[in-house]
Design a protein around this ligand. Structure first.
Ligand SMILES: [Zn+2]
Length: 132
């Protein structure tokens, strides 16, 4: 079982879910980085596992009451911010998809259409997607 949950109180779960999306993004980048610079490859290799180990450590500290949920979330957010700096400087990724995932979870549901009784579908940025 992976560490990412959902098992945690809201502030910590939001940070853990962001870490999971970033780990997945980094993993995809690692597999497709054949043409990357040596520095970019060195930054990427093992990074996804590192993220998962870091989350495990934070969760262990939270479970042992060494950190409250807010403190654990803040520690994780701080670590993620540093990784985002690395994503930008090493890979040129300035607006990674991992940062947009939580918008989907917090977006308000639009009312049902009176004409079709269908449920509108939105992408991660909250823009409507036409169903075919
Ligand atoms: Zn992100």
């Amino acid at each position: 079982m992976r560490v990412f949950g959902p098992f945690y109180p809201p502030p910590l779960q939001a940070a853990v879910s962001h870490a999971e999306r970033l780990a997945d993004l980094v993993s995809v980048e690692e597999r497709s980085t054949g043409g990357g610079s040596d520095a970019a490859v060195a930054w990427l290799v093992g990074r996804s596992d590192e993220i998962e180990r870091f989350v495990e450590q934070i969760v262990d500290d939270w479970r042992a009451n060494r950190l409250g949920p807010q403190e654990a979330a803040a520690a994780l957010d701080d670590y993620l911010a540093k990784l985002h700096d690395g994503l930008h400087s090493q890979l040129g990724i300035g607006a990674p998809a991992c940062c947009f995932g939580s918008l989907t979870a917090t977006a308000r549901m639009a009312p049902l259409s009176a004409e079709t009784h269908s449920i509108p579908v939105y992408d991660a940025r909250g823009e409507s997607i036409e169903e075919s």
